[in-house]
Design a protein around this ligand. Structure first.
Ligand SMILES: NC(=O)c1ccc[n+]([C@@H]2O[C@H](COP(=O)([O-])OP(=O)(O)OC[C@H]3O[C@@H](n4cnc5c(N)ncnc54)[C@H](O)[C@@H]3O)[C@@H](O)[C@H]2O)c1
Length: 246
């Protein structure tokens, strides 16, 4: 028996990168997944890659809009039952130093990460508490632990996700719902590949393990937190950094 046999997972920002890698790993462990993302065609292509309608569905869903996230979760309820697992993963960066960052760049990043994660909790928790089971995994970042130059918006949002995770964990623990967060460091994805080479190199130089992480290495930790392997863990934050920023 696989770790997620018969379970349903919703993954926001699931069309590519870490979200897609998490969905792939969950499907490999027997789960059915519903992917939400902004570009429907790309999300449908990702769902097809995962095995099509029997195991993976695609929904256009903007995490900054509660109604969209509710519709995403409702698709899981209607088509697959559940959700047993909610991964609040969607993300963007709008990096700039404090001097250059616009109010719009600040607001966009807060809306996607902080409001988006809250929308995911708000939409999934009522169903999970009714089912008396559920595991929620929130995507923070090591940037939220240490603060990064050019990321006053992103570091604030990712630190905020930690507080939100702990508060929700305390509210939902007695209802059978666990809420945990992960903090990846430098992981190879479209988001990090957009970085100028000298910034990539300077970040890499800080990693004791001497290499960037792969999306599959984040997916393994998401699987741990989503499955019964972590049945007595809630409100925790796991770093996936190759030892960076300990
Ligand atoms: N790659 C890394 O090194 C790294 C490190 C730490 C944390 N993270 C976090 O991991 C998550 C995934 O990042 P990634 O590296 O896979 O990036 P990515 O850019 O490859 O994927 C992010 C996905 O989120 C989607 N998205 C953006 N705004 C959205 C919205 N409003 N509603 C729904 N979907 C939206 C994008 O369309 C995209 O498919 C993000 O939360 C990111 O902050 C990444």
């Amino acid at each position: 028996m696989s770790l997620l046999t018969g379970q349903t997972a919703v993954v926001t920002g699931g069309a590519q990168g870490l979200g897609l890698a998490i969905a792939e790993r969950f499907v490999a462990e027997g789960a059915r997944v519903v992917l939400g993302d902004l570009d429907l065609a790309a999300t449908e292509a990702a769902a097809k890659k995962l095995g099509g309608d029997d195991v993976a569905l695609a929904v256009r869903s903007d995490v900054t809009k509660l109604a969209d996230v509710e519709a995403l979760v409702d698709t899981a309820v209607q088509r697959f039952g559940g959700p047993d697992i909610m991964v609040n993963n969607a993300g963007i960066t709008r990096d700039a130093t404090l001097r250059k960052m616009t109010e719009e760049q600040f607001d966009q990043v807060i809306a996607v990460h902080l409001r988006g994660t809250w929308n995911g909790l708000k939409a999934a928790a009522p169903i999970m508490r009714e089912n008396k089971r559920g595991a929620i995994v929130n995507m923070s970042s090591i940037s939220g632990k240490v603060g990064m130059v050019g990321q006053t918006n992103y570091s604030a949002a990712k630190a905020g996700i930690v507080g939100m995770t702990k508060a929700a964990a305390k509210e939902l623990a007695h209802l059978g719902v666990r809420v945990n967060a992960i903090q990846p460091g430098l992981i190879r994805s479209a988001m990090t590949e957009a970085m100028p080479q000298h910034i990539w190199d300077s970040k890499l130089a800080e990693v004791p393990m001497g290499r960037a992480g792969e999306p599959e290495e984040v997916a393994k930790v998401a699987l741990f937190l989503a499955s019964d392997l972590s049945s007595y863990m809630t409100g925790t934050v796991l770093e996936i950094t190759g030892g960076r920023h300990l």
